[in-house]
Design a binder for this molecule. Structure first.
Ligand code: ADP
Ligand code: UDP
Length: 292
């Protein structure tokens, strides 16, 4: 068991390292396990005691994860909804019609939970309790999966789950989502679906489901409200049949495609020197529309 002193010195070491090329984040703990990953690769986890501050330091070098090539257009859509609202079901249908790569935050974490490491154990415990994992961990997993896919269009399913997730995403990935699809469904219907889902999920039991509903209510709904304010939110009624929900979802993605095509034809035209010259020339004579 490490002392408070150990964590203070780790914090000091991490801060001095930050000046060069390391992300350092302080995360509020959501379980009894404290997890530290120091910059020299040492990994430790500790049971929380009164001696250990309620802080978690996760320390990653940029090289460990990588980044998108500068200037590459990346399209990101977040898909949010309560547990069992139909996020995964709709994402599979979107993938078939619109060529996105589907990244399920929950699936990435379930993979992580299988690994026989302290990090895997931490993820497994948190998911079993229906709690959220540290933000930087899930953002890092998402970025890694995005880079590995080679695609430039991503559906991020089940993320962000709270304000801290959203801020960590902004800090680490920083690509504004094109839109945020919110699948709205009643608690009773979601509960019914989860308890009939039969995917052998460790967290699909009534106690964990109730805890997940609380997390959704307390932490995820404020994120929904945030995107409503920014005009990015697209709400669909998730209580209908899966096909009927997809009709509404499809309309949203058709509109997104149309907007993207318009933007790319404008930028193609702007990068054409002859067209620019013609626009300028016609503009001088008040015949701007002639070239459109
Ligand atoms: N619109 C729907 N109507 C009825 N059942 C649905 C609908 N959408 C999904 N389901 C079923 O409900 C369960 C939960 O759906 P899922 O897509 O896994 O939800 P989430 O990814 O939001 O947890 C699955 O068994 C799925 O087949
Ligand atoms: O960004 C995320 C996404 C998921 N989870 C964890 O993964 C579990 C399952 O999430 P998933 O999206 O697979 O299922 P849902 O609860 O939406 O059915 C959640 O309860 C959390 O413990 C998390 O911590 N952060």
């Amino acid at each position: 068991m490490r002392s408070r002193y150990h964590h203070s010195s780790l914090l000091a070491a991490a801060l001095s390292h930050n000046i060069k090329h390391t992300f350092i984040h302080y995360l509020c703990l959501q379980s009894d396990l404290i997890y530290t990953n120091s910059h020299n690769g040492e990994k430790n986890s500790h049971r929380r005691t009164e001696n250990i501050p309620n802080l978690l330091i996760v320390n990653w070098t940029q090289n460990e994860v990588g980044s998108f090539p500068p200037g590459k257009k990346i399209t990101i859509v977040f898909v949010i909804g309560g547990p069992g609202s139909g996020k995964g079901t709709q994402c599979s249908m979107i993938v078939k019609h619109f060529g996105f790569t589907h990244l399920s935050a929950g699936d990435l974490l379930r993979e992580e939970a299988k690994s026989d490491t302290e990090q895997g154990m931490m993820v497994k415990n948190l998911m079993h309790e229906g709690k959220l994992v540290p933000s930087e961990l899930i953002v890092k997993l998402l970025l890694k999966a995005m880079l590995q896919s080679g695609n430039d269009k991503f559906l991020v399913d089940g993320f962000p789950r709270n304000e801290e997730n959203r801020q960590a995403y902004d800090k680490i990935i920083g690509i504004e989502p094109e839109l945020v699809l919110f699948i709205d469904c009643s608690k009773e219907e979601m509960e019914r679906r989860i308890l009939n889902r039969n995917q052998g999920r460790d967290d699909d039991n009534i106690d964990t489901v109730r805890r997940r509903f609380e997390v959704f209510q307390e932490s995820t709904l404020p994120v929904v409200q945030h995107y409503e304010k920014t005009g990015k939110l697209r709400r669909v009624d998730g209580a209908k049949s899966a096909d009927a929900v997809f009709e509404d979802v499809k309309a949203i993605f058709v509109q997104l495609n149309t907007q993207a095509n318009q933007v790319s034809s404008v930028s193609r035209a702007q990068s054409n020197p002859f067209k620019r010259f013609l626009d300028l020339f016609c503009g001088c004579f008040g015949t701007q529309e002639a070239t459109n």
